[in-house]
Design a protein around this ligand. Structure first.
Ligand SMILES: [Zn+2]
Length: 316
């Protein structure tokens, strides 16, 4: 009995080691980008073994020291989403802001439905950033949530604005007027809504657009905050999704925030790409705890929402 148990465990150990090797080699072979990762990474929490009939088991984390090359490799083109896939469950720098702050993203889950979550885009609306951290921890801790879905989280699209407490980025551009939407408008009505010199003139917008082109989300949620009524604002075919979220966070559902938003992320994704997008307007100055309690189930609903969406397909 003892022997067979030992045998069983050693077989499992070998299987686990092989799996780790396969994943690490598969994600690093022929690629040099891992050299650039500037922080400690916990690679293993996302590795797992098991089958459908048998629950997955998480492995203990393996720490990779700062700036230590993972493997010597020759350079090869690789998409941002593929890099995120290789480091599933970890923040990865996917670009830099105007003032050279890192723009970070994380991919979690292996499900066919691809959901994009953006923690913040206006620097004077930090309320969504705390929720983003809590939501990420929830996803990492609860693998059941990501069985049917792959979530790509952009931690904060405007770290320069957050640092200065300003709506705009370091160039004074409102990133949420800088997307390549058909309704982009070059007129600067007020400094707060400066759309930039042209669509995608800003590096932060470029990163978001690249992520959306590569990831091809079936739905998108972006966090904002308002001094007006909190709402699940939707663009494009997002009404049913907004109504579904409203069952949990009780915020009003509307396709307008009360004024035109040319060049906004909502205009581009919702109207031009025909993809459901929610601009979730939290109450300004709400505490992180209250914001999380009010929205946790709504965010989970965002993952589970079951209306058939066109264009769903496997990740590249
Ligand atoms: Zn906003």
């Amino acid at each position: 009995m003892k022997n067979s148990l030992l045998k069983h465990h050693s077989r499992r150990l070998v299987a686990v080691c092989c799996l780790i090797l396969a994943v690490v080699v598969g994600c690093t072979e022929g690629r040099s980008w891992l050299h650039e990762i500037p922080r400690k990474l916990e690679l293993a929490p996302t590795l797992s073994i098991g089958t459908r009939s048998r629950p997955l088991e998480l492995l203990p984390p393996i720490l990779v020291e700062e700036h230590v090359p993972v493997v010597e490799v020759s350079p090869q083109p690789q998409t941002m989403v593929e890099k995120l896939r290789c480091l599933e469950g970890n923040w990865l720098e996917v670009g830099r802001s105007v003032a050279n702050r890192p723009l970070e993203a994380m991919l979690i889950g292996r499900g066919v439905n691809r959901v994009l979550f953006i923690g913040g885009i206006h620097g004077d609306e930090p309320e969504g950033l705390a929720i983003t951290e809590w939501f990420t921890e929830e996803l990492r801790a609860n693998s059941e949530l990501t069985q049917q879905v792959t979530v790509l989280i952009v931690r904060n699209l405007n770290p320069d604005g957050t640092s200065s407490g300003r709506r705009m980025n370091q160039n004074g551009v409102d990133l949420n007027r800088n997307f390549p939407a058909k309704n982009w408008d070059p007129v600067v009505k007020t400094a707060r809504f400066n759309p930039g010199k042209k669509p995608m003139s800003e590096p932060e917008t470029q990163v978001a657009v690249q992520i959306i082109h590569e990831f091809k989300p079936v739905r998108v949620l972006v966090m904002h905050a308002t001094t007006g009524r909190p709402m699940n604002n939707y663009d494009g075919p997002g009404k049913a999704l907004a109504q579904s979220l409203s069952r949990f966070n009780k915020y009003m559902v509307s396709d307008s925030i009360g004024y035109p938003t040319p060049g906004s992320l909502g205009s581009w994704v919702g109207n031009d790409l025909d993809t459901p997008i929610i601009t979730l307007e939290l109450p300004r100055k709400i505490s992180p705890e209250n914001a999380w309690n009010a929205n946790k189930l709504a965010l989970i609903e965002m993952l589970k929402f079951e209306e058939a969406q066109p264009g769903e397909r496997e990740l590249p």
